[in-house]
Write a protein that binds this ligand. Structure first.
Ligand SMILES: Nc1nc2c(c(=O)[nH]1)N[C@H]1C(S)=C(S)[C@@H](COP(=O)(O)OP(=O)(O)OC[C@H]3O[C@@H](n4cnc5c(=O)[nH]c(N)nc54)[C@H](O)[C@@H]3O)O[C@H]1N2
Ligand SMILES: Nc1nc2c(c(=O)[nH]1)N[C@H]1C(S)=C(S)[C@@H](COP(=O)(O)OP(=O)(O)OC[C@H]3O[C@@H](n4cnc5c(=O)[nH]c(N)nc54)[C@H](O)[C@@H]3O)O[C@H]1N2
Ligand code: SF4
Ligand SMILES: [Mo]
Length: 715
């Protein structure tokens, strides 16, 4: 028997020959599931779920279980390197951390002097819990340009929630909603953001009703009471149609609407523009089904909307989110137990505060790339990637000379990969921090070796809105790898920000926890802390918006020159908008539906995970396949007006024959040339990043809805 290390849980467990066990939590995705890390001879020997975890309750997914295979992977970068041949030559030389950070600092200061701090773009991808440190570093340096995935992922949910009701409403699974509407989200696969699929499954097991809005028959859709198989990209029309039913049948929460809502009359007028016959024609869903779903959602209390990223990767991004917020609001589910709750975080310095946004001057803020074009995004410090590529390639509106990507693989994950490649090749200096030399890192000048979750002390989940924070405990050191926070802490001293940072990053963790009156060492002895729980806070304090109300009519969007009410716009490339190319590109292409073992471009080199799925797959209906003589599992070509790639055909009866669904972010680490097959199966070679195809307020790129053709490779 051995005792848990660093835990207030007074329990002993069977050692089964292991030397020690440490409680921590995983971050192979957005993170959170509690883990027991079993050690033997100084190495991680096994990872299991922690039954006491408030997030995972002892469950782990395939990625969590394979964490040690990632950490100990022989291809991992374990020391800093600099490139000694031309870009993409694959010629690297080992250097010390001091040399690496000195060179990066020297370049940054030089560009700042010659072209202004805005000529240096910092970048990260999806949430890796390093964003607070990255923003702190960027804001103190004086650059308003931090490139993230926030324009098309999660950022829109935050931005639209903040302007509508002050904060992001989270489904309160712990109080068991009676009805869940999963909208453009497949939680049992993705476990995204604040959520884990397990909580949703438990609710369904208890009898909650389920409505699924998804063009594909997913595992969730197969369990649904009502499955709405919509035409991709028509979500705001569908939501407005459902609102129409709820308002006309008077099954909304009258008390909430009368007392807490701003803009009811103009909102009703707008909703009246979306009668069900029109909505049915737009969405391909029969009127009765829309009515059935609207009634079920409005009359089963409490209820929650489990919304996902699919609704954001469209031209209607912000309006999709706002129409869904309206559904949550007028049905009276906001801030109700088992509904959609505005949770409080514990009393800590939150991501925004730690990120030091207030220290960026107004003058520098005004230079944010795309800030004028996409004003909702700009107000939340979010940038559309094309604005960065344009600044590199065209020097418009000013030159960008340096990019520093910390945990992102933009060549695989941003729309119009050919343009991304041109920008990464053209930029004068690029640094990358990653676990591997990815196709993006191949184009860098310096690559820094980053730590996995097993190799760092940190505060997990502190960026999330579910109210928990969790201590992550370092168990191993791999080579010279360092966490992003420690690396930035060191770099900060080298670019003159020392007074705002610490001797080492543990000082930063203490600073975050300070308002709670504990240090990180003290926090490490706890299992977790949760913010105070209080429901229906709006009854006392109203909502944190300009009117103090739940803004169905957004006064901020109006101020920024946008339609204050949600609407439906036709997707720019669709059977309706571009009938002239339909003969050549007859199918609607959706991309990026998540698969369990991979996380975007990650894990293709992890044996257990690649075994789950060795090749990129594109789902098509068997009738569509038959039309083009495509056989199951055969390599096919998917082609859009912008390019073509190859994936293997996977037949699915649960897809409309007019829709094709391809996986995203595929590269081939096993191909040892420096390109690693970056454009062979990368669906972002096909996606469009033109400004006209983006959401006008948020700058979301439309990677979900485009047109394509598909044919056998041998054709
Ligand atoms: N066509 C299409 N494109 C999409 C999507 C889609 O659905 N369809 N989805 C989009 C979405 S929602 C998102 S969020 C983006 C994601 O975009 P990215 O975040 O750029 O995607 P990843 O491939 O996960 O790249 C992360 C890189 O960081 C490394 N990494 C992981 N953890 C750490 C860490 O802690 N520190 C450091 N330094 N490195 C780390 C990984 O090895 C990997 O190379 O992709 C978007 N792209
Ligand atoms: N294993 C794994 N987990 C992940 C990730 C990963 O890459 N791998 N990525 C993480 C990230 S960054 C994110 S953002 C989340 C995303 O996770 P989710 O929000 O669940 O998003 P997806 O699985 O991409 O898509 C959800 C569903 O949207 C459907 N869909 C496609 N187009 C449309 C449309 O126009 N309208 C509607 N209503 N539905 C549509 C797809 O068929 C799919 O089933 O997952 C996170 N978790
Ligand atoms: S869902 Fe995410 S946090 Fe949980 S085990 Fe899987 S990768 Fe780890
Ligand atoms: Mo995402």
């Amino acid at each position: 028997m051995i005792q848990f290390a660093y835990s207030n849980v007074d329990k002993e467990i069977e050692s089964y020959g292991y030397d020690s066990v440490t409680k921590s939590h995983c971050r192979m995705c957005h993170g959170g599931c509690g883990t027991l890390v079993y050690m033997k001879d100084g190495k991680v020997a096994k990872i299991a779920g922690d039954p006491d975890s408030p997030i995972g309750h002892g469950t782990l997914c395939s990625k969590g279980l394979a964490s040690a295979q990632l950490a100990y992977h022989p291809d991992r970068l374990t020391h800093p390197v600099k490139r000694i041949g031309p870009k993409g030559s694959g010629q690297w030389q080992r250097i010390s951390w001091d040399e690496a950070l000195d060179s990066i600092a020297e370049r940054m200061l030089d560009y700042k002097k010659k072209f202004g701090a805005e000529s240096v773009v910092m970048g990260y991808g999806t949430g890796r819990e390093n964003e607070a440190a990255i923003y702190r570093f960027a804001n103190l340096f004086g650059t308003p340009n931090v490139l993230t995935a926030g324009h098309l992922c999660y950022g829109p949910r935050i931005a639209t929630s903040v302007i509508t009701c002050g904060s992001n409403p989270i489904v309160d699974y712990e109080n068991f909603p009676n009805c869940i509407m999963a909208w453009g989200n497949n939680l049992v696969i993705g476990n995204s953001d604040e959520y884990k699929g397990e909580s949703l499954s438990l609710c369904l097991d208890k009898g909650a009703k389920l409505i699924v809005v998804d063009p594909r028959m997913t595992r969730l859709a197969a369990r649904a009471d009502v499955w709405l198989q919509l035409r991709p990209g028509t979500d705001s029309a569908l939501a407005l149609g459902m609102l129409n039913v709820i308002i006309h049948e008077e099954i909304y929460d009258r008390e909430f609407v009368e007392n807490y809502v701003h803009g009811w009359e103009p909102f009703v007028e707008r909703v009246n523009e979306y009668p069900l016959n029109k909505v049915s024609e737009i969405t391909w869903i029969p009127e009765e089904k829309i009515r059935e779903a609207a009634r079920l959602f409005a009359t089963s209390k409490p209820a929650g909307i489990q919304w996902g990223v699919a609704i954001e990767q469209q031209i209607n991004c912000a309006d999709n989110d706002r129409a869904l917020l309206a559904l949550m609001g007028i049905t009276g589910n906001i801030d109700k137990p088992g509904g959609q709750v505005l949770f409080r975080t514990p009393k800590i310095r939150n991501v925004g505060e730690f990120g030091a946004h207030k220290l960026l001057t107004e003058e520098q803020k005004a230079k944010r790339l795309g800030g004028e074009r996409f004003r909702l995004a700009g107000n939340f410090a979010i940038i559309n990637p094309k604005c960065v590529w344009d600044a590199v390639l065209l020097e418009e509106p000013y030159p960008v000379k340096m990019m520093f990507f910390i945990s992102s693989n933009p060549l695989m994950t941003r729309a119009n990969a050919d343009e991304v490649r041109r920008a990464l090749e053209a930029v004068e200096f690029m640094a990358v921090a990653d676990f591997f030399i990815t196709p993006t890192a191949e184009l860098a000048d310096i690559v820094l070796p980053a730590s996995t979750w097993l190799e760092m002390d940190y505060l997990g989940d502190f960026w999330k809105r579910h109210g928990y924070i969790l201590p992550r405990r370092k168990v191993i050191q791999v080579g010279e790898c360092r966490s992003d926070h420690e690396m930035l802490n060191d770099l900060a001293h080298r670019v003159g920000q020392g007074e705002y940072w610490w001797d080492d990053f543990e000082g930063g963790l203490d600073y975050i926890l300070e308002p709670m009156g504990i240090t990180f060492q003290e926090f490490k002895k706890m299992d977790y802390v949760r913010g105070e729980l209080e429901y229906e806070k709006y009854r006392k304090k109203g909502f944190s918006t300009p009117t103090g109300k739940f803004e169905l009519y957004s006064t901020l969007l109006e101020k920024w020159g946008y339609d204050p009410l949600p609407q439906y716009r036709e997707v720019v490339e669709s059977p309706v908008s571009t009938p002239e190319i339909l003969a050549d590109y007859p199918y609607i292409l959706i991309t990026g539906a998540r698969s369990p073992g991979f996380f975007h471009s990650e894990n293709r080199q992890v044996p257990w995970l690649r075994e789950l799925q060795p090749d990129p797959m594109v789902e098509i209906h068997p009738d569509t396949a038959a039309k083009h003589g495509i056989k199951e599992n055969e390599w096919v070509v998917i082609e859009s007006p912008r390019g073509k790639v190859r994936q293997r055909a996977q037949f699915s009866e649960g897809l409309d024959p007019r829709v094709v669904s391809a996986q995203h972010a595929w590269w081939h680490p096993e191909q040892k040339d420096s390109g690693h097959g970056w454009n062979e199966s990368n669906i972002n070679v096909l996606t469009d990043n033109s400004y006209a195809s983006c959401d006008p307020a948020m700058g979301a790129t439309s990677v979900r809805t485009l047109l394509c053709k598909i044919y056998a490779e041998t054709h």
